[in-house]
Design a protein around this ligand. Structure first.
Ligand SMILES: *Cc1c(COP(=O)(O)O)cnc(C)c1O
Length: 355
């Protein structure tokens, strides 16, 4: 299935690449030379194009600006010393993009179009893929509603876009998290499984409150009773107690993370007792009190694996042991990093190579 779509390519006259200091790239603020764009005209996707990165023009009534009909994805492209370029499990992101689209009444984008857009775009921007340890080119596909109409209904027209940012190793330092027992990110029947803009806007206020109290990230709990752990801001969450590795089972309030899925597969392959279930806050609280919570870490594309150093629960801070000595998280992080760079045999078939 290599249907050719005729992506029109208009290159920049002069690349900005020589002006970029790759040793000092702030996350998400440096953009490559080009952007992929396509329009949905109410019936079909048209006018696939890769053009110089620039501001977009939007009518002030564009429905995305009022009612937030917008979804996004995030994935990374890696280049190894031999110059080989790999994208990590993009089919999972495409599938999730279309699930998000369906939930938000937005049109589907067929996988062949997404794959071709990504391939052509990455080929054009491949010199922007950093090669330092931990660095990558972050791809941001997204779609938003463009109808010039302020009635509340699904838009008929949309814009699809992909841009990219070179990113360095994600420096976590000490990660302090707070188990959030008051505010809610997602609720049953809501949009929590969709990577939809509004979910993140609604989380800003509680997250800022947590930051004012000294915590970098929140660990969300269920919206009905605040009794079960859900996930963190843009990461799924894992715990290790002895040989058991626990992560909340997927539901309509949890984002189905690609990193989460990959860690679940690794934990199983490495002989851990992997439990995807409802994880009670009380079970974690007891392990914290007893000192048996051996590891706790977030899992997402940006950080891959982010070990937690301090957990706040119900008025008390608990310090975990130094993550450098943990048996699962650091090993899984290193393994995945090597695999994504093509420095580890791809036994799971997770890399999509671009030549
Ligand atoms: C994107 C995201 C994740 C992580 O998903 P990955 O596919 O691993 O990057 C987890 N939770 C939320 C809420 C997210 O938006």
């Amino acid at each position: 299935m290599t249907e050719t779509r005729n992506i029109r390519i208009q290159k920049v006259a002069q690349s900005r690449l020589p002006q970029v200091d790759f040793s000092d790239i702030p996350f998400g603020r440096i953009f490559t030379d080009h952007i992929f764009l396509a329009d949905f005209n109410g019936h079909e996707w048209v006018d696939y194009r890769i053009v110089p990165m620039d501001d977009l023009r939007l009518h002030p009534a564009a429905s995305v600006l009022h009612y937030g009909q917008t979804i996004f994805e995030g994935m990374k492209v890696f280049k190894n010393q031999k110059g080989e370029v790999n994208v990590f499990r993009p089919e999972k992101n495409f599938e999730r993009f279309n699930k998000s689209a369906a939930r938000m009444c937005m049109p589907q984008v067929d996988n062949a179009l997404l794959r071709e857009a990504l391939t052509e775009y990455v080929r054009l921007e491949k010199d922007w893929i950093p090669t330092d340890p931990g660095s990558a080119l972050y791809l941001r596909p997204f779609m938003f509603a463009t109808d010039k109409y302020i009635g509340v209904r699904p838009s008929e027209t949309y814009c699809l876009a992909i841009f990219a940012c070179p990113v360095n190793a994600y420096y976590t330092g000490e990660l302090k998290v707070k188990i959030e027992l008051e505010y809610t990110r997602a609720f049953p029947g809501g949009t929590g499984t969709a990577k939809a803009g509004g979910n993140y806007a609604g989380a800003l206020f509680p997250a800022r409150r947590g930051q004012e109290q000294g915590y970098h990230q929140l660990v969300w709990t269920d919206g009905l009773e605040h009794k079960y752990i859900e996930e963190s801001g843009t990461m799924n969450i894992f715990f290790r107690i002895g040989k058991r590795i626990l992560t909340p089972a997927l539901s309509d309030t949890i984002l189905d993370g690609v990193t989460r899925d990959s860690l679940v597969e690794l934990a199983k392959a490495w002989g851990y007792q992997l439990e995807e279930k409802k994880v009670a806050v009380s079970e974690i609280a007891e392990a914290l009190e007893a000192g048996t919570l051996a590891e706790m870490f977030g899992a997402g594309t940006a950080a891959t694996v982010a070990p937690v150093s301090v957990v706040h629960h119900a008025g008390k801070d608990y310090r975990l042991s130094d993550p450098a000595g943990w048996e699962f998280a650091p090993k899984a992080a290193a393994y995945l990093d090597n695999l994504k760079r093509g420095n580890e045999p791809d036994i799971f078939g997770w890399n999509y190579s671009i030549v």
